[in-house]
Design a protein around this ligand. Structure first.
Ligand SMILES: C[S@@+](CC[C@H](N)C(=O)[O-])C[C@H]1O[C@@H](n2cnc3c(N)ncnc32)[C@H](O)[C@@H]1O
Length: 300
């Protein structure tokens, strides 16, 4: 089992033999604390109905553990050197599809070919469901996680190691510094929980920052309460672009292409917010209502 060998000595030896080094730009920090790989696995709780997407195959250790429990694992790796080394390890496991490509089609969107491969295995047998489980490269964690909240089929859960700072932003409540467009977007569609905080020394090489295992469960009822997800996403991003401005000035700026100041005031009036309120003080529900009021106004 490759997982049993994912230790510093094993990794350094494999990298030395191949004459390569971990690439910082691809977030190549490997989890070397096997207990924590188990925590990741237990949190994701893969079962025989699951088709699992793993972004970042690395040396294939997590891939192999996932394949032991799931119906199928689709794993994506951008680095041909690691893809090759993992392929040698994973060859005996028939329920793994290895893709050698960028998991993203562009800066913000997951590649269609990756989702097509997942769909193929989900649709192959009735009752199958989709999960993401990954030790994500830090630089693509936000687009991967936030994108997967609007795909079809929707993942039943997303369990990933990410930068702790990012996990804190995702779970932040209103009024705190970390409360952002990402917090509103994620919490409006899912339940989120930090399962474990991971110090730098559980990775090789050590990253400069702390990490966290985040467990995200999309909630179809929350999703159904938002009539137009795309409008909501754009509205929330616009709202927090001007987070230090008072709400009205922020809205005037973010709505300028669609609505003049009197138009913004007209939509805001029924809410009776104090003139000095800021977007970062509004609850999820207040932001959702505000977004819907602007959507209906622009639809006229
Ligand atoms: C943090 S490592 C995780 C490796 C392995 N799963 C583990 O747990 O040890 C992240 C992996 O993602 C790969 N990666 C980075 N950017 C990627 C991208 N855009 N698409 C696919 N894989 C990527 C890296 O090359 C690296 O192997």
């Amino acid at each position: 089992m490759p997982s049993a060998r994912q230790t510093v000595s094993y990794l350094t030896r494999r990298f030395q033999e191949a004459g390569i080094r971990p690439e910082v730009r691809h977030g190549q920090n490997f989890l070397i604390d096997l207990n924590l790989l188990d925590v990741l696995l237990e949190t994701a709780a893969p079962n025989a109905n699951d088709v699992i997407l793993e972004v970042g195959t690395g040396m294939g250790s997590l891939t192999s553990m996932l394949a032991d429990h799931a119906a199928h694992v689709v794993t994506v790796e951008i680095d041909a050197r690691l893809h090759q080394m993992a392929a040698e390890e994973l060859e005996p496991q028939a329920n793994i599809t290895m893709l050698l490509q960028d998991a993203l089609r562009n800066k913000n969107n997951i590649a269609d070919s990756v989702l097509d491969e997942v769909r193929k295995h989900v649709n192959a047998v009735p009752g199958r469901q989709f999960k993401l489980v990954a030790n994500l490269p830090y630089n693509i964690a936000t687009p991967i996680l936030s994108n997967l909240l609007t795909v079809d089929p929707l993942p039943v859960s997303l369990t990933a190691t990410i930068q702790k700072e990012l996990a804190d932003r995702m779970i932040a409540p209103p009024g705190v510094k970390d409360y952002s467009a990402l917090s509103v977007w994620m919490q409006s569609l899912c339940d989120l929980q930090i399962a474990r905080i991971l110090p730098p020394q559980v990775f090789w090489p050590r990253p400069r920052v702390q990490s966290a295992i985040i467990h995200i469960v999309p909630d179809p009822a929350k999703r159904a309460a938002i009539p137009d997800l795309e409008f909501f996403h754009t509205f929330v991003r616009g709202l927090f672009l001007h987070r230090r401005k008072f709400l009205r000035s922020g809205l005037v700026a973010s709505m300028q292409e669609h609505l003049d100041k009197p138009g913004v005031d007209e939509v805001l009036a029924p809410f009776e917010y104090p003139t000095d309120v800021r977007a970062e003080q509004l609850s999820l529900e207040q932001i959702q209502k505000l977004s819907e009021a602007f959507r209906l106004r622009l639809a006229v």
